[in-house]
Structure formats: structure tokens, C-alpha cells
Ligand binder design. Structure first.
Ligand code: VG1
Ligand code: CO
Length: 539
């Protein structure tokens, strides 16, 4: 049944910030997935001793891609695959399964927060035995394979029924269909004070969780409604759909509009949250109140002692360079380690593995801890619920008290989307050249202290990564520029704006950063070069 098929390379199979992401129309081309999966297996030794996890966020082509992976894995002599029942698994649950079962890695089919469906995006995240996505050295090696591939191996058997839990064999390879929910739920119960949260719901506390028609619906119903006793229908858009019901499953103020409108209405619940397509991102809302992911990371870190699993102490905390410095002030106060890494969760993995950090987060609605090696949307929601249950305070009270103690980093991200790739690349290159000339210049009353590319030297593997350009101002404000690495066409220029205030903590964020926005556009010549006078998405 094993056949070798001749193929020719696709030149665009380079993984970005988090795996490979392309338009569904591109991925469904003949040989596309096959080439990529074969290229991954080409860089792994001793496949006959290796076991991998396979699953995805349920988007269009999930089912077909899983069958292709099974057939290619078997033909390449892989020992065993663990496959999520019906092919559904969230990215964080995948990390739990890989770690708990000591697997050699996993393939999670997801384009995360990107829209799905025939006209949307498809993607693949590849993790190793850490349960986290592989470092750039490995993605580079895989990319080289994709450029030189001339054949792949595949088993020509029937499709495997993945709808029932149990073991089977396929083309000489062992297969185990697993319940992707149970291990994840068990882990959450071991981290948080479920009894305290249960009591809070029993006393009438209300929440709305928007699963955005993506993979976390079943997890959220089980945890929040069935176990913790949140009222039925607290979880909305709970059935995973191949096209996410047309939603853009990105939990932010723009794309989770339904939830945001509800939480700012007079019917609002006490607490609101949403997750993204593959369940690794989270948005946190109180009644008529939004918590930025930057502040959320700082607040969770500041309150670690309230959580059973962390109360005996945490190692340290890390954030991506683009993320605000709110958590840095908390790290200083608690006298714990603090690291700044490039954008992308894979950069946190070494820090967690070496016990340098326990918590980490990104401005892009990602928060997590060393319980796994991916960011974890439901974990963040449970962390907040645990804080609310133990303190009896509201989301707004907790956040405002935090600002009163630590000051506030006003923070806004501007995205300029669909920019011509060569225009975007040139903009960044020219800006980088210009950076050294900016020091001590004054714009809009703000003095530039320093301007330089962000360079990260990994203390564990000594790799060095340059990602993004940063302007530091004398008052602690910052502008960060970078190009997105998760898009499926054209370029997106991201501009991150942060302005710190110790005492003036109740202003409108957009007003506060507007002088920085002006400077950011002017210095990088964004309107002249892109034709865009304002950002396409502001979050
Ligand atoms: C974006 C975010 C980044 C995040 C990445 C993956 O990358 O900015 O913080 O880690 O998406 O998120 P970029 O390169 O487009 O800015 V997701 O939820 O895969 O897993
Ligand atoms: Co995601």
C-alpha cells in the first residue's frame, strides 16, 4: 500500500510566527500538504520509534488534512499517532497531551485567529517533545526540505474512522483516538480553586464566554457550565464550525464585537471572555470594562498567590518586546526574573524549560504559564475567575487598583493591512537605517532617548533573533514597529504604542497615545509609502 509520489517544490512553505499559514485555496492544491508534511518527517530521525499527536481547530480542510497526515506518517514508518477524536483539539490541549504522554511532538492544524472556510486560511503548527512549537533552527531546516523535495511517501489505504475513542492499526502504524478534553480539564482542576469559583457561581455570579464558533466551545461548556455551575447558555457560539460561522475568530474589541456590545450594554454579565480559533488567545472583559492583554498579564502575575498551583512561588515572567511594560513593574515589585523576547510563543519555551519563568504573555491576547508550552485561553479565563472568586471584587476594581499601585501603560496597536510586501519591506529597512539619527530629537514634545532594532539573545540555546524596531522615549513611552508573520497574503505593518503614566490613570487610551501615533506615522512615512492615512485595525 505504500507508494512514492513524484512532486515538485512549492516555494512558499516557510513557517512564520506560529507555523505555516496560507489561504485555503493554496493549501488545497494537489501535493501542497503532502509536500509540507513529508518535509517535516524528513528532518526527524528514527521515525519508527516516534509518536506524534494530530488534531486541529476544526476549520475547513481539517478532516482531509488529518487523513493525509495519517497516510504519510504511516508510509514514513512512524511508530504511532495519537489522534484527537473527530480531529478536534485546541492548541493548549494539544500541548497538554504531548507533555502528559511524553510524545515526540504534534501537528496541530490551525491558522489560529485567522478566518477559516474555503475562502479563509488554513495552517499547521508543528510542536516538538516540549509541547511547544519548534525553534527557528528547525523551521529553517524544514523550509530547506520543502525547497528541495522531489517525492513523498503515502499509504493508499481507506480513510481511518477517527470518530470513536480506541486503538487501531493502519498500514503498520499504531493509531490511538483520544479524548482531547479530559486531560485538559483535569489539568485546569489541579491548577485553580474550582470550589471557590463554584461557590461564586452558586451565589449568582454571571459570565458570558464567546467561543466564536471555534474549538473551545466544548471545553468551555464542560468547564464553566457543567463543572463550575455557570448558568446554561453562558457559553455562546459554542459549536465549532468549519468556517467559524463567518466570524473572524480573533478575540479583540474589533472582531469579538457581539461580546463587547453585550458587555457594554445594560444586560452585561459580571464577567466576559472570548477565545480565538484554536483556543490559545483570550480577551477579558468586566461589566462595561475591557482589560488589555498587557494589563491582564501584569495583574495575573501580581496575584499569583491567590492560585493554588502557584501560591508557593513563581520563577519569573516574560513578555514579547511589543507588549507593554506593565508586567515589568510587577516583576520588579515581586523581585522575580523578567525577560523580553521576540513576538511568538516559541521564544518562551526555553525560558520555561530552564525554570527562568512561570508566566508569560503577549499583547496579542496571549497569556499562559509553564503548565504547558503554548498560550492558553481558558487558563487565563479561569485565572481571572479565581481572582474574582477569592477577592470578591469586580474586574474593574481589580484593574483600577492595579493602576493605582503601579501606574498605567496606555497601549494601542495599529495594524496597516494588505500592504504590498516590497513596500513594507522597504519601509522597515529604511526606518532601520534612520533609527540611529533619531536619538535626542523631539517630536510633539516627546524626546527620543534611543531607537534601535530589538535583538534577543536566547540565554539557553544562545541563538540570536532580530525582530522589530523600537523607539524609546525619555518619559518611558515606546513605539514598536514590526511586520506580521501570520498573514496569508500581502504584508501587515504593526505599530505598537505605549505611554506610561504613574498618576493619571483614567484617561482614554486612544487620546493618550495619539501624539505617539502621529510620531509613529511621520517617522516611518507610513501614509506616503502605503497610501493609508490611518490604520485598518485599531486594538
Ligand atoms: C501574531 C501575534 C503574536 C502571536 C502570533 C500567533 O503574530 O502578534 O503575538 O504569537 O500571532 O498567535 P504576528 O507575527 O502576526 O504579529 V496565534 O493565536 O497562533 O497562535
Ligand atoms: Co491562536
Amino acid at each position: 500500500m505504500i507508494t512514492t509520489i513524484k512532486t515538485t517544490p512549492f516555494t512558499d512553505q516557510k513557517m512564520g510566527t506560529a507555523g505555516l499559514r496560507r489561504k485555503s485555496k493554496v493549501v488545497t492544491q494537489e501535493h501542497y500538504i503532502e509536500n509540507f508534511v513529508q518535509s517535516i518527517f524528513n528532518v526527524i530521525d528514527n521515525l519508527s520509534e516516534k509518536t506524534f499527536l494530530v488534531g486541529g481547530d476544526g476549520r475547513f480542510y481539517n478532516d482531509i488534512a488529518i487523513q493525509k497526515i495519517i497516510k504519510i506518517a504511516a508510509a514514513n514508518g512512524v511508530k504511532k499517532l495519537l489522534i484527537a477524536q473527530n480531529g478536534y483539539i485546541s492548541t493548549p490541549a494539544g500541548s497538554v497531551v504531548i507533555r502528559k504522554n511524553k510524545l515526540n511532538g504534534g501537528l496541530i492544524l490551525s491558522a489560529s485567529h485567522n478566518p477559516g472556510g474555503e475562502n479563509g486560511d488554513f495552517g499547521l503548527k508543528y510542536s516538538n517533545e516540549t509541547g511547544g512549537q519548534v525553534p527557528s533552527s528547525v523551521t529553517d531546516a524544514i523550509y530547506q526540505q520543502t525547497l528541495n523535495i522531489s517525492e513523498y511517501k503515502i499509504c493508499l489505504g481507506d480513510d481511518v474512522d477517527i470518530s470513536k475513542i480506541g486503538s487501531t492499526e493502519y498500514c503498520g502504524m499504531q493509531i490511538e483516538i483520544i479524548d482531547a478534553l479530559k486531560d485538559y480539564v483535569d489539568m485546569m482542576q489541579n491548577i485553580f480553586d474550582f470550589n471557590a469559583i463554584k461557590q461564586m457561581f452558586a451565589k449568582g455570579f454571571t459570565m458570558r464566554f464567546d467561543a466564536m464558533n471555534a474549538v473551545t466551545g466544548p471545553y468551555a461548556i464542560e468547564i464553566f457550565e457543567n463543572i463550575l455551575g455557570a448558568p446554561k447558555c453562558s457559553v455562546v457560539n459554542a459549536t465549532p464550525k468549519p468556517d467559524f460561522g463567518g466570524l473572524h475568530p480573533d478575540p479583540n474589541l474589533v472582531y469579538a464585537k457581539e461580546l463587547v456590545d453585550f458587555m457594554f450594554s445594560d444586560k452585561a454579565a459580571d464577567f466576559g471572555a472570548a477565545n480565538d480559533g484554536d483556543g490559545d488567545r483570550n480577551m477579558i472583559l468586566g461589566k462595561g470594562f475591557f482589560v488589555t492583554p498587557n494589563d491582564s498579564l501584569a495583574i495575573l502575575t501580581d496575584n499569583y498567590k491567590l492560585i493554588p498551583h502557584y501560591k508557593s512561588g513563581i520563577y519569573g515572567v516574560a513578555k514579547s518586546a511589543a507588549t507593554s511594560t506593565a508586567v515589568a513593574r510587577v516583576a520588579k515589585e515581586h523581585n522575580i526574573g523578567y525577560y523580553e523576547v521576540p513576538t511568538g510563543w516559541k521564544y518562551f519555551v526555553n525560558l520555561m524549560d530552564s525554570n527562568r519563568i512561570t508566566f508569560c504573555g503577549e499583547e496579542s491576547f496571549g497569556t499562559g504559564s509553564s503548565h504547558i508550552r503554548e498560550k492558553d485561553g481558558i487558563w487565563a479565563v479561569l485565572f481571572w475567575l479565581n481572582i474574582l472568586a477569592v477577592t470578591g471584587k469586580t474586574v474593574e476594581e481589580i484593574t483600577v487598583e492595579h493602576w493605582k499601585k503601579y501606574g498605567r501603560s496606555y497601549y494601542i496597536r495599529f495594524d496597516f493591512e494588505g500592504v504590498d510586501t516590497s513596500v513594507a519591506d522597504k519601509l522597515m529597512a529604511d526606518l532601520e537605517t534612520k533609527l540611529p539619527t533619531l536619538a535626542s530629537q523631539v517630536f510633539e514634545g516627546f524626546t527620543i532617548k534611543e531607537a534601535k532594532p530589538f535583538v534577543y539573545n536566547d540565554p539557553v540555546d544562545n541563538s540570536s533573533t532580530k525582530n522589530g524596531l523600537v523607539i524609546y522615549f525619555a518619559d518611558g513611552s515606546r513605539i514598536v514597529y514590526r511586520l506580521s508573520g501570520t498573514g496569508s497574503s500581502g504584508a501587515t505593518i504593526r505599530v505598537y504604542l505605549e505611554r506610561f503614566s504613574q498618576n493619571d490613570i483614567l484617561q482614554n487610551p486612544l487620546d493618550m497615545v495619539s501624539p505617539l501615533a502621529k510620531i509613529a506615522l511621520q517617522v516611518a512615512e507610513i501614509p506616503q509609502r502605503t497610501g493609508k492615512q490611518k490604520a485598518d485595525v485599531i486594538t
